[in-house]
Design a protein. Structure first.
Length: 202
């Protein structure tokens, strides 16, 4: 496999992170995408594709509470508070589109949107079984690496070989843990952003 020297990591690192999960983190992780799916349906007035597209478009570098707050602000008041102009314009196009999924899928079709597209697809279908829908962001990469990845390494997360390698490791670890792909990713994400794991994985 190519580029194995970029953000080296392992399935065992992911299972180690999973072992750190508290009961609360496991429950929250298992409920993360189902809850996001419900919110997306509400945002889209029954059109989950539209709601998920808005959430995903507004998600880059945005904490979850602010992400959801901005999504509702955009739908109800036509304003956002925590977003770049690019993310806001993309979310508006999805909001204003007349069709179901096509606008969001078009917006997230570029190679630089792989993380956002995976997040969108996981919200649409929390029970998915497709490895390419596993959302890999900095926290997810940290868990895979067993440490905090560097700023230079973060820029490589859109590298196809790197992303697919990390996603494949998540899929294997999820199977070993008996969790669904989305649930495992969400649980490990919650662990990796927590202080207990970070103290021991610098």
């Amino acid at each position: 496999m190519k580029n194995t020297h970029i953000i080296p990591g392992s399935v065992s690192n992911l299972l180690d992170a999973y072992s750190y999960a508290t009961d609360e983190q496991v429950n929250d992780g298992r409920g993360w995408y189902p809850l996001a799916n419900t919110i997306a349906s509400q945002l889209g007035n029954g059109n989950t594709y539209k709601g998920a597209g808005i959430i995903a478009a507004l998600s880059p570098s945005c904490p979850w509470p602010a992400n959801i707050s901005d999504a509702w602000q955009l739908v109800e008041r036509d304003s956002v508070h925590f977003q770049s102009g690019f993310n806001e314009r993309r979310a508006r196009r999805i909001r204003d589109a007349d069709f179901l999924s096509y606008q969001a899928e078009y917006e997230f079709s570029k190679k630089t949107c792989r993380k956002v597209r995976a997040f969108y697809q996981s919200i649409i279908d929390p029970t998915h079984t497709r490895t390419e829908y596993i959302c890999i962001d900095t926290h997810a990469a940290n868990a895979y690496a067993g440490r905090r990845v560097s700023g230079k390494e973060k820029t490589q997360l859109d590298n196809v070989d790197v992303r697919e390698r990390i996603q494949a490791a998540y899929a294997e670890a999820a199977e070993l843990s008996d969790e669904t792909l989305a649930d495992f990713q969400a649980i490990v994400w919650l662990v990796a952003r927590g202080i207990d794991w970070q103290i021991n994985h610098r």
